[in-house]
Design a protein around this ligand. Sequence first.
Ligand code: SR1
Ligand code: MG
Length: 399
Amino acid sequence: MSQYRTFTAADAVEYAKKFGGVDDPSALVSAEEIGDGNLNLVFKIFDNQGRSRVVVKQALPYVRCVGESWPLTLDRARLEAQTLVEHYKHCPEHTVNVTHYDADLAVMVMEDLSSHRIWRGELVKGAYYPEAGRQLGEYLAQTLFHTSDFYLHPHKKKAEVARFINPEMCEITEDLFFNDPFTDHERNKYPAALESLVVSLRTDDVLKIAVAGLKHRFFADAEALLHGDVHSGSIFVADGSLKVIDAEFGYFGPIGFDVGSAIGNLLINYCCLPGLLPPREAAEGRERRLSDAHEVWTQFSSRFLELAHAKTSDVALAYPGYAEAFLRKVWSDTIGYCGTELIRRTVGMSHVADFKQIADDTMRTECIRSCITLGRTLILAADHIADVDALIARIRQAG
Ligand code: SR1
Ligand code: MG
């Protein structure tokens, strides 16, 4: 029988004493629940000197931001822990270190990242981390290459695809990205002034066929072990450091989904900065976001190619020119999925601080309008944007 029970702060301290891996467990005395995401409980565990030492994270049997009316698998804790452990093997520099997990309690223990801050909060304030784009590109290249058919033996790859089957979490993405915003769904939430723009998404045949293609590839293209939810709220930054957390959506899917989600969140910030900062700072921040997005793609693609040239084991995939051809497919997927992230974060239910924190209603509406419009442009143009410089030019053109 399952031993699952929802942790109190005291339970989290007791758990950290047993499984936290600290030298002096009896010094652990208190916990603070700091979870501000949509799904889980997250406890920071403090010692008797008031220092935070480890983090205990527990999956709830339902979607936290909605309540018990939306039940959700506890197996996501296993999937999250195993995805992070796998990614840590290939990119320890940029993946949070999970040191212990327990499938029955849906709990994991991980390193404390108190010296870091959530990137989204920093982007909203206009803070700049010049290395973050490159570091995120490196994380994506290392984790996605080393879990792909370029690197894994075909038997191992198939076993890994089976280990990371994640139907319930994938279903959330399938619904929230590819269905809800393009239908009249009760979960959608957007400013009333944008009704006609949003309705136009539902009746645009070319757009809906492009979105169907993206959803189909999300169902079918088991290219690599994705993080599955790479947004700026799943990334901690500090000077010279970046760490990715929160991988409960991990599964084998199209590489462009992770890269596109990452770039999409930078572009959401780009669209929202005029509502968050005074004009000069906003303009400067927007240039930095374009440069971050450029860095993510440039670092990801150049490192992925380097790895493919040096380490591809399969004789057919190693044929000169194939990795480059594959990356062209990843590039158009990246632009398409980036577009769906812009639309689902604004029209759908999963809103983000970048626009929630805009104080002025009219300005907020205009920033959301530019996110939706850019998202649509990118989905429609995904096969026609040659490279990252052409992408940046398109974004500037969109205004
Ligand atoms: C019901 S969960 C909504 C969203 O929160 C998570 O962070 C994912 O982004 C998901 O799509
Ligand atoms: Mg998350």
